[in-house]
Design a binder for this molecule. Structure first.
Ligand code: UDP
Length: 329
C-alpha cells in the first residue's frame, strides 16, 4: 500500500512513518515543517514540503502519487497556544482539513485515519472515558479536533469517504532506534520537561497543583507509548482497507498515574533526584483523564506493547539524553 502521512515530520507522525516502513509499506510524507523537522522524516519516505491549506499543492501530491489511504497528523496541538491564538487553530486545523477533504474527494481517495485527542471530552463525566461519553472541550485545540471529526462525519456521508478518528491520551516515549523522539519548541509536555532536569537544562520540575482530588493531590493522566499509538494507526488503516465503517477509538493504557508518580518513575530511570517545586494549578487541567481503550482492543485488535511507565520513560530518556536540543544542532 502507499500511505500518505500528513505531518509525518512531527512527533507522532514520524513514529508512525517509521512503523509503516518497518512493515514494508510505501510511505509518502507531507509536512510544512512549521513544527516538524526534516531530520524526523524517514529516509525511505518520499517527502513533499508544503501546506495542506494550499489546494494546488495537495492536488499535485495526489496527482503524482497513487495514494491508498491518508493518515492525518497535520495540525497545531498546543492547548495553551490555542487559547491565546484560537484563530490560528481554526485556520490550520479546520481550514486545512477542509482543503484536504476537497482534494481527497476530487481524487477519489476514500480512507483517512485522523489524529484526535482526549481534549475532545473536556472535563470527563467519569473515568475511564468511553467514546460515547459527552464531548465538551474546554479549549480551542480540543474544539477544533472535535469539529474536524464532525467534518469527516458529514463529508463521509455525502462523498462515500470513510474515516477512523483516534483520540489519544498522553503520548510519550521515543522510537527504539534512538533516531527520533519528542521535540517541541517550546516544550510543554510533562515527560520531556521532567527529563530536562537530569539533562541539566532545568533546575526543577514544576508540579501544577497539589490539591486535586487524587491519591497524592496531583493530576492523573493515562500515558501511552508513541510506538503503541503508531501501531494503532496502522491497524486503523487495515480496518478501513477491509471495508469497515467509520469509527472513533480512544487510545490509552487504561491506567492513570499522578504527576508525582511520573516524576518518581523518572527518578528511577535516570538515577537523578529530580527536584520539584509546587506551583498553582494550570488553567483548564481536569483532575483525572483515563481512557477506556476496550473498543480499540476489541475492534482493531490493538494492544499496547509498551505499557510499563518506566519502560516508556526509559525510551524517552534514551532520546533526550542524546538529543538535549531535539533535532537542533
Ligand atoms: N504538568 C505539570 N508540570 C509541567 C507540565 C505538566 O505538573 O511542567 C502536569 C499537567 O498539569 C498535567 C500532566 O502534567 O496534569 C500532563 O500534562 P501535559 O501538558 O504533558 O499533557 P496534557 O495532559 O495537558 O495533555
Amino acid at each position: 500500500m502507499t500511505i500518505l502521512v500528513l505531518g509525518g515530520a512531527g512527533y507522532i507522525g514520524s513514529h508512525t512513518a517509521y512503523e509503516l516502513i518497518d512493515r514494508g509499506e510505501d510511505v509518502v510524507i507531507v509536512d510544512n515543517l512549521e513544527t516538524g523537522f526534516l531530520q524526523a522524516v524517514h529516509p525511505k519516505a518520499r517527502f513533499y514540503q508544503g501546506d495542506i491549506r494550499n489546494r494546488s499543492f495537495i492536488d499535485s501530491v495526489f496527482e503524482k502519487e497513487k495514494i491508498d489511504a491518508v493518515i492525518h497528523f497535520a495540525a497545531n496541538s498546543l492547548v495553551g497556544e490555542s487559547m491565546v491564538n484560537p484563530l490560528k487553530y481554526y485556520d490550520n486545523n479546520l481550514c486545512g482539513t477542509k482543503v484536504l477533504l476537497e482534494s481527497m474527494v476530487a481524487h477519489d481517495i476514500d480512507k483517512i485515519v485522523f489524529s484526535s485527542t482526549a481534549a475532545t471530552y473536556g472535563e470527563p463525566e467519569r473515568v475511564p472515558i468511553l467514546e460515547t461519553d459527552r464531548t465538551e472541550p474546554t479549549n480551542t485545540y480540543g474544539e477544533t479536533k472535535l469539529s474536524m471529526e464532525k467534518m469527516f462525519h458529514w463529508t463521509g456521508k455525502a462523498h462515500n469517504l470513510r474515516y477512523v478518528s483516534l483520540r489519544y491520551f498522553n503520548a510519550c516515549g521515543a522510537h527504539k532506534s534512538g533516531l527520533i523522539g519528542e521535540a517541541h519548541n517550546p516544550e510543554s509536555h510533562l515527560v520531556p520537561l521532567i527529563l530536562q532536569v537530569p539533562n541539566g537544562q532545568r533546575e526543577a520540575i514544576s508540579i501544577f497543583g497539589e490539591d486535586y482530588d487524587t491519591t497524592d493531590g496531583t493530576c492523573v493522566r493515562d500515558y501511552i507509548h508513541v510506538t503503541d499509538l503508531a501501531q494503532a494507526h496502522i491497524r486503523a488503516v487495515d480496518y478501513l482497507v477491509k471495508g469497515n465503517e467509520s469509527s472513533i477509538f480512544n487510545l490509552g493504557n487504561g491506567i492513570g498515574f499522578t504527576v508525582k508518580e511520573v516524576i518518581e518513575a523518572a527518578r528511577k530511570v535516570t538515577g537523578d533526584p529530580i527536584k520539584t517545586v509546587i506551583v498553582p494549578r494550570r488553567a483548564g487541567d481536569p483532575a483525572k483523564l483515563i481512557a477506556s481503550s476496550e473498543k480499540a482492543r476489541t475492534i482493531l485488535g490493538w494492544k499496547p506493547e509498551h505499557a510499563d511507565l518506566e519502560e516508556i520513560i526509559a525510551s524517552a530518556w534514551n532520546w533526550h539524553k542524546n538529543h538535549p536540543n531535539g533535532f537542533a544542532k
